[in-house]
Design a protein around this ligand. Structure first.
Ligand SMILES: [Zn+2]
Length: 439
């Protein structure tokens, strides 16, 4: 059935903006869009946006849904002096305590957070070493309940020994072959990071990934641990080591890229793949600042993720700018065209993963749309749309009122549809209580 959105301020991050616009949807696609009142479409369901801003759904290029039950977690000991100790004292304790039920519940809570942040597609990196087999299917079910698109992978690592490592590779293979709704799920070969992976692990993961045509989703030089380990054990820097296994390639997601040399940046620009920048997580872990302007100057593609630090990609984008200003002592660093390039790369990644055109308000594009609860208090045009989204998000906390995924409302007037959110959150709270007891 056709749907019509009318009375909307319609815009996207590729230069489209109509002050009083309309969108006609047919099935899961945009059929028509333009300025002025909507045409008469017999039998169509009409959504009057009443002057609110309507944009395509956002994309998160790096998430950790499994971290969703960590909010408020009481830790007996938390006095890390390095990034490695943050992993040991918090994340590696939490992920080992996850069972399949907790994976599912964390997936639901994380997916709801993304929905309520206007994110309709995400790339997740998952770890649950005591419950590996079937964990990606639990996440798939959780995301299906909430109604989002997701590219999933399991984190292969040697930190739990060879059996767990092999089970991690196998989970990636199993999920890549699993039946799923086309356009809603995709997958990568997940790798933790060079410093927890032996040559044997990288070789085995590569064989499996190349057999299936999968790109990699891997943390790259997040903290100093990664280059120190690669230089000490292998005599090369982190990106150079990964390149020995052909991991730097088109379709790979290279997360962070902070402790990288000029030679590594040249290598990244030659090999392809996308670096994903996660500024809030980087600041929280005190791991340094990714050289995003230098990457862009070398032609490296850069996208934006949250790294499990919430799901609000608009605040992440603004933080990318604030961090760039702060680190460079230059308030002109990471201007609008560069920040837009990051957000546009998120859409390019999603288009490639899900095989559907995403991110523009144009005929043929997928009908993933957000009606923001936002009527701008100052003039808005194509050139200021990014500024309205970023500063509206930070000053007024603008949130979605209605979210459509493939033309189907998943959030309607602030209420999650087809899903008992209250019951799901109560079950998640109970799962968190049990999870925390196991840590
Ligand atoms: Zn991460």
């Amino acid at each position: 059935m056709a749907q019509v959105i009318t009375g909307a301020r319609v815009g996207d991050l590729f230069g489209t903006y109509w002050e009083n616009g309309h969108i006609v949807l047919e099935g899961d696609r945009i059929a028509r869009a333009g300025p002025g009142p909507a045409p008469d479409v017999p039998g169509a369901e009409v959504l009057d946006a009443d002057g609110r801003l309507v944009t395509p759904g956002l994309v998160n290029a790096h998430a950790h849904l499994y971290s969703a039950l960590a909010r408020g977690i009481p830790l007996k000991r938390f006095d890390p002096t390095s990034f490695g100790e943050i992993l040991e004292q918090l994340w590696w304790k939490l992920d080992r305590a996850l069972d399949l039920d907790a994976v599912h519940r964390s997936g639901v809570v994380g997916a709801l957070g993304h929905l309520r942040s206007g994110v309709t597609a995400l790339f997740d990196h998952h770890a649950s070493p005591a419950a590996i087999e079937g964990s990606l299917t639990q996440l798939k079910w959780a995301l299906t309940e909430v109604g989002l698109r997701a590219d999933l992978c399991y984190e292969v690592t040697d930190r739990g020994g060879a059996a767990e490592r092999n089970a991690g590779i196998q989970e990636n293979v199993r999920f890549a072959r699993e039946e799923r709704v086309p356009g809603f799920f995709a997958s990568h070969m997940g790798l933790h990071a060079s410093f927890t992976l032996s040559d044997d692990a990288l070789a085995k993961a590569r064989t499996a990934a190349e057999d299936l045509g999968l790109g990699y989703h891997v943390h790259l030089a997040e903290g100093k641990e990664d280059p120190v380990d690669a230089l000490g054990k292998h005599g090369v820097r982190t990106a150079e080591r990964l390149d020995r296994f052909r991991i730097l390639r088109e379709g790979s997601l290279l997360i962070h890229g902070i402790q990288v040399s000029g030679v590594e940046l040249d290598l990244l620009s030659k090999r392809g793949g996308t670096v994903v920048h996660n500024p809030r997580s980087n600041m929280n872990n005190a791991v340094g600042v990714a050289p995003v302007p230098a990457m862009l100057a070398k032609g490296i593609r850069v996208a934006l993720g949250t790294d499990g630090f919430g799901s609000d990609i608009l605040t992440e984008a603004l933080t990318a700018r604030l961090l760039a200003h702060h680190a460079s002592n230059d308030p002109t660093t990471l201007p609008d065209p560069q920040l837009l390039a990051l957000l546009q790369e998120n859409y390019a990644l999603a288009e490639r993963a899900f095989g559907a055109p995403l991110g523009k308000v144009a005929p043929g594009y997928t009908a993933d749309l957000v009606v923001w609860d936002y009527v701008p208090p100052t003039p808005l045009d194509a050139g200021s749309l990014l500024g309205h989204l970023l500063f509206g998000a930070i000053s007024e906390g603008i949130r979605p009122r209605t979210v459509l995924v493939a033309g189907v409302p998943k959030l309607q007037d602030g209420v999650v549809t087809g899903f008992d959110e209250e019951a799901a959150l109560a079950a998640a709270g109970e799962a968190a209580r049990k999870l925390w007891k196991r840590i």
